[in-house]
Write a protein that binds this ligand. Structure first.
Ligand code: GAR
Length: 188
């Protein structure tokens, strides 16, 4: 059995989509959802699916609490699916090449500190980009700079608001993220 741990900070539509995708898979199990926001909708989603949640604050993330919990779970893959805090080096070191992130833009454009969620889509709109997309990449110690695994673009010439861009990006995320995860697990 391959084990996945998901990290999320907010709504959790990607988490929901990944849970649904692997629901009837007998070789992959989602063993935990880690969240830094006690009011996040993703916790409700986890509860609905009876998946164990771990809520933590920034200090606990950067200290040993989160690391220790992950060591107990021994995941094959840690998936940042809408996780908005910087991921700590001690976890990356403990699970090398086992942590991946989805970024809602075509990196290396629109990445780095402060570039998350709607901020990304607003910047893309302000710069009158004709296309945007998603990047799935390994996580290293620098924001959004780990090795790319997958990218997909979408045309946004008709989008007039960051919300419209977000909707198009979410569509791509929901379509491609689970299959990329599945492929990585198959090859691990
Ligand atoms: C997603 O679009 C994801 O790419 C982005 O947050 C959104 C979460 O949506 N992640 C980042 O910006 C990370 N830098 P969701 O909560 O509906 O899955």
């Amino acid at each position: 059995m391959k084990k996945i741990v998901l990290f999320a900070s907010g709504n959790g539509s990607n988490v929901e989509n990944i849970i649904q995708f692997f629901k009837n898979n007998t070789t992959v199990s989602i063993v935990g959802i880690f969240c830094n926001n006690p009011h996040a909708k993703v916790l409700e989603r986890a509860e609905n699916h009876k998946i164990k949640t771990t809520i933590f604050n920034k200090n606990e993330l950067n200290g040993n609490l989160v690391l220790d919990k992950l060591k107990q779970l021994q995941p094959d893959l840690i998936v940042l699916a809408g996780f908005l805090l910087k991921f700590p080096e001690n976890i990356i070191k403990e699970f090398p090449k086992k942590t991946i992130n989805i970024h809602p833009a075509l990196l290396p454009k629109y990445g780095g500190k402060g570039m998350y969620g709607m901020h990304v889509h607003q910047a893309v709109l302000d710069n009158k980009e004709k296309e945007t997309g998603i990047t799935i990449h390994y996580v290293n110690e620098h924001y959004d700079e780990g090795e790319f695994i997958f990218q997909k673009s979408t045309n946004i010439e008709n989008c007039k608001s960051p919300e419209e861009i977000a909707a198009k990006v979410h569509e791509l995320e929901h379509q491609f993220f689970p299959t990329v995860i599945e492929k990585l697990l198959t090859n691990s």
